[in-house]
Ligand binder design. Structure first.
Ligand code: MN
Ligand code: MN
Length: 291
């Protein structure tokens, strides 16, 4: 497929996400259910002619990513919470990825730190820039607000049906980065925190992706493989799958390493996190934010 068509598909996916973000921002309120917001976002993505590139992530306070409601989840947003909403859409595998934070308490400076970090990164991105320059600007911006970046979460490239493709774009000063080229499609996603600035996997997973085809014996495992085939290598939510003996099938495929689970990423030692993310196309003399 030629480059114009590819970029057009990224742009259409991005425009759909931008519209949904506008609509959903005011819906995230105390007492509203997390599941309702996730289903609204994923449903609107489909209605507008794209598909979710991954389950809507709703991560609260010290959670950074990979949290999504379970089937029948009854949790609601509570006073004081810092809510990260991360949404993705793709058309024919060409992805856009964006995130924003809603403050249900008193954390406006923390939100501004990650927002401004994206803005400043976007301001310097053009063909030929090294990711080390981007990381430096992000870290310096977040620190100027008195917060820390999360050091082990990064921005990334977006390839067809691959949400986290090279190059990785660290949110901190680093050596030996990669150079961005014109027409690269990348996501910039800084996380700012009042905590230590490092996350690790905790607890069970609600999000999975297919890794590789292997022969599987049981009927239910084969049924699950058929159900997830449309997602290809993109992440999907357990709540998207409706079948008997789902847990058994998931366990079997995970043990066989046919499926990879993504446990929630939580900050070590606690601390509140804000996130801001945009997808952009690198141009010779700047960049085009598509979300
Ligand atoms: Mn994202
Ligand atoms: Mn991303």
């Amino acid at each position: 497929m030629d480059l114009d068509e590819v970029l057009d598909k990224h742009r259409r996916a991005g425009k759909i996400l931008a519209e949904i973000k506008d609509e959903v921002r005011d819906k995230v309120r105390v007492g509203v259910s997390l599941l309702e917001i996730a289903e609204f976002i994923e449903g609107e993505t489909l209605k507008r002619g794209a598909e979710p590139a991954f389950p809507c992530n709703i991560s609260i306070d010290d959670e950074a990513a990979h949290a999504t409601p379970s089937r029948g989840d009854t949790r609601v947003f509570k006073e004081g919470e810092v809510v990260k909403i991360d949404l993705g859409a793709h058309i024919d595998g060409y992805i856009a990825d964006t995130a924003f934070t809603v403050d249900l308490g008193d954390n406006s400076a923390l939100l501004e730190a990650s927002r401004k970090a994206v803005e400043n990164a976007v301001g310097i991105i053009r063909a030929g820039i090294n990711t080390s320059e981007i990381g430096a600007v992000i870290e310096d911006t977040i620190k100027s607000f008195g917060f820390r970046p999360i050091v082990n979460l990064t921005g990334h490239g977006l390839d067809r049906y691959v949400q986290h493709a090279p190059p990785s774009i660290p949110n901190v000063h680093h050596q030996h980065g990669a150079e961005l080229k014109a027409w690269d499609v990348v996501a910039i996603e800084p996380f700012a925190t009042d905590g230590a600035g490092r996350v690790s996997e905790r607890g069970g997973a609600e999000i999975y992706s297919f890794t590789m085809q292997k022969p599987v014996r049981s009927q239910h495992a084969r049924e699950l493989l058929e159900k997830i085939a449309p997602y290809r290598t993109l992440p999907f939510a357990k709540r998207w799958i409706d079948m008997k003996r789902l847990d058994l099938a998931m366990r079997e495929l995970e043990r066989a390493k046919v499926l990879h689970g993504y446990p929630i990423l939580k900050q070590d030692g606690g601390g509140i996190i804000s996130q801001s993310e945009e997808t952009l196309i690198v141009l010779e003399d700047g960049c085009e934010v598509i979300t």
